[in-house]
Design a protein around this ligand. Sequence first.
Ligand SMILES: *Cc1c(COP(=O)(O)O)cnc(C)c1O
Length: 449
Amino acid sequence: MNKSQLQQHDRNHLLHPFTDFHDLAQQGTRVITAAEGVYITDMDGHQLLDGMSALWCCNLGYSRSEITTAIHQQMQELPYYNSFFQCTTTPSIELADVLTKLTPVGLNNVFFTNSGSEANDTNLRLIRRYWDLLDQPSKRIVIGRNNGYHGSTIAAASLGGMSGMHKQFEPLDYVEHVQQPYWFGEGGDLSPEEFGLRAARSLDEKIQQLGPENVAAFIAEPIQGAGGVIIPPESYWPEIKRILAQYDILLAVDEVIFGFGRTGQWFGSDYYDLQPDLMTFAKAITNGYFPLGGTMVGDRIAKVIKSKGGEFTHGFTYSAHPAACMAGLATLKILREEKIIENVRDNIAPYLAKRWNELADHPIVGEARSLGLVGALELVKDKAGRTRFDDQCTAGGICRDMSIKHGLVMRATGDTMIIAPPLVITTAQVDELMEKAHRALDDTAKAMA
Ligand SMILES: *Cc1c(COP(=O)(O)O)cnc(C)c1O
């Protein structure tokens, strides 16, 4: 099929995730046909620097044959067997072992799923099971955050706080949401540190309002990803930790984006010194090459669910798929042996921060922030007032399109431009990214003038 045939069949038969089908039919899809290193290529031969690591997952880029070979070898040896009914496979045991060593102390058990959404569903089931086994059945409510993202199943989307999603289904009635630590958007006249405390204390207020005896757990991303790379003020996480300890509420940290090196530490929980009771992972664990997710289960919960009787009636046909686990093992081996994360921490992240901050001087950039290998730009009409151009987020859409025109994949979340390049990006490629982003901003400024 040629490009226009492909686009036509796509339009006729394929329903894409998070897509306005009407718009897509007008515009047509970009058919990605190849990728190498940190670049993707479309059917027209247009090469793009992938500033988003696909969907925050191809952290080692697209050319790691160690991972594809590991998958292939496993497929030839034992393409599949399940972990139900007292059975198991070697790769799943080995990956569980490696994960318990790499993750923060106290996380010594893992439950595998196929995706981040399923892993967060699993968290809900584990949280409920834990409090039930402890004879505290009133502890039922889980608190998430406005504009958080935890996936797209009913449970995961309920835990998330995306209002556009909540409008299209009935969210679970035992999930509540509190303020996000988004200083640029919601901080008003407070300093970032004051606002960080304010946002954290919205959790305290919610707990008091619901009654601590009714609150089971709090779930959050260390840094919001899909919500717009929202990096909390330094004051935020210590205050959240204090509040959770005060009321004896479990902490589930969703590391689907920040796990495996994105902050320059192995996990966002390492970066912020969190001790989660549950820790969700997916995406980068297989470098995006094979579907795999899961949740690390803290000793506090594991002790209870493993020692008290009865079956945990939960799991998936492909939980701990051997080929997925081999992809995970191969990915983690590269991360460790090539000291990828140390290089992010010591070299690439500081360089990206320096270059990214330069964009703050651009006339339409109200804030440029970054941490590790994520960055965000707030597009504004008026810098001092933090005023947007319009309510339709026109600037964000234009900037994304201009960026692609100049050969860079940058994502727009409203009028917030975000990047999360592969961890293996070089300083020269960071320079290329910056130059392209700069041109996209210039074009956007012209279009919005
Ligand atoms: C992508 C994402 C998920 C959902 O993972 P899927 O594999 O798409 O189900 C959950 N949490 C966060 C933070 C994510 O970024």
